[in-house]
Ligand binder design. Structure first.
Ligand code: CP
Length: 330
């Protein structure tokens, strides 16, 4: 369950016509996308849209210090959180690897987080171990946002994915979406699968047998009545979908032998795009390795760089809402 740090949780109010909005995300952890209700997700996406459309960025993090604790490599998530913080007039402390921290002297994650939570107003954490963000949230005296924990969850990626899908399709309901690649270890696919029950999304799961979506997530999809099917090839699904969401083989999560075996599986090329829906958009959380041929970048179907750019606005919205009981966007 989501915890509230420092203050009672206000009732969610989604008042599109009012520039000052009371919000239920104030003081909240975001560890799993499942911590958020549909109303809260829509609220975050609405605030994101307002921030993206605004000519000037509100100084919503004035006098706030955000700790960015990255125990695992990142380009987009860390730098977009930093950009979001600085653009909202906040300040940043943190690290991009535990090499320079006292973890290397044997300090526990528990003690590390407990101490940092007294230095900062909010902690953003990425960690290679599943459950590390939940542990951090339980120990921290300040809100914690999960920036990716092992093969488990990447909730802020899912929020930016939803924002991007809405931006390029003008809707979130009634879409056919293919998740392609490493669905076993890919945390972006895991988080995305968890929100399909909230929207009328038909899922096509494209993965080799060795990297298929874990049973616990498929069972959840079944229980929630999400329509989904398993496939081995991109060719089977590409003409039927509005979004094809490519993912990288998570080589850091298994042996190099297994990586060599799985590496060549999915390479989206321009030839795949001959008989597709005109509105098809290709997404990828990035980094890409060889899943999408660079020749696709110039086609109208490519939308992954726009997706990455949206990360700043979504993270601005999340930080602003977590640290402002009443958020003024004017
Ligand atoms: N999408 C994503 O999480 O990218 P990074 O690993 O570069 O943060």
């Amino acid at each position: 369950m989501a915890r509230v740090h420092g203050a009672a949780c206000a009732a969610p109010t989604v008042d599109q016509g009012d520039s000052v909005t009371t919000n239920s995300l104030y003081g909240r952890d975001v560890v799993s996308i499942g911590d958020l209700s549909l109303a809260e997700i829509k609220y975050i996406l609405d605030v994101t849209a307002q921030l993206k459309a605004a000519k000037t960025t509100p100084p919503a993090l004035t006098n706030k210090l955000i700790a960015h604790c990255f125990f695992e490599p990142s380009t987009r998530t860390r730098l977009s959180f930093e950009a979001a913080t600085l653009r909202l007039n906040g300040k940043v402390i943190g690290f991009s690897s535990d090499d320079s921290t006292s973890i290397k002297k044997g300090e526990t994650l528990q003690d590390t987080i407990r101490v940092i939570s007294d230095y900062a107003d909010l902690i953003v954490i990425r960690h290679p171990k599943e459950g590390a963000a939940r542990l951090a949230a339980d120990l921290s005296t300040k809100p914690v946002i999960n920036a990716g924990d092992g093969a488990n969850q990447h909730p802020t990626q899912t929020l930016l994915d939803l924002f991007t899908i809405h931006e390029c399709q003008q809707k979130l309901d009634g879409l056919a979406i293919a998740l392609v690649g490493d669905l076993k270890y890919g945390r972006t696919a895991h988080s995305f699968a968890k929100i399909c029950k909230l929207f009328d999304i038909r899922l096509f799961l494209v993965a080799p047998d060795a990297l298929t979506m874990p049973d616990y997530l498929c069972d959840d999809l079944k229980k929630q009545g999400v329509r989904f099917s398993f496939h081995q090839s991109i060719e089977e699904v590409i003409s039927k979908v509005d979004i094809i969401y490519m993912t990288r083989i998570q080589q850091e999560r298994f042996s190099s032998v297994a990586h060599q075996f799985n590496k060549a599986h999915y390479n989206l090329t321009a030839e795949h795009l001959i008989n597709v829906r005109p509105n098809l958009r290709i997404l990828h959380p990035l980094p890409r390795v060889d899943e999408i041929d660079v020749a696709i970048d110039k086609t109208p179907h490519a939308y992954y760089f726009e997706q990455a750019a949206n990360g700043v606005f979504v993270r601005q919205a999340l930080l602003a809402l977590a640290l402002n009981k009443e958020l003024s966007l004017s």
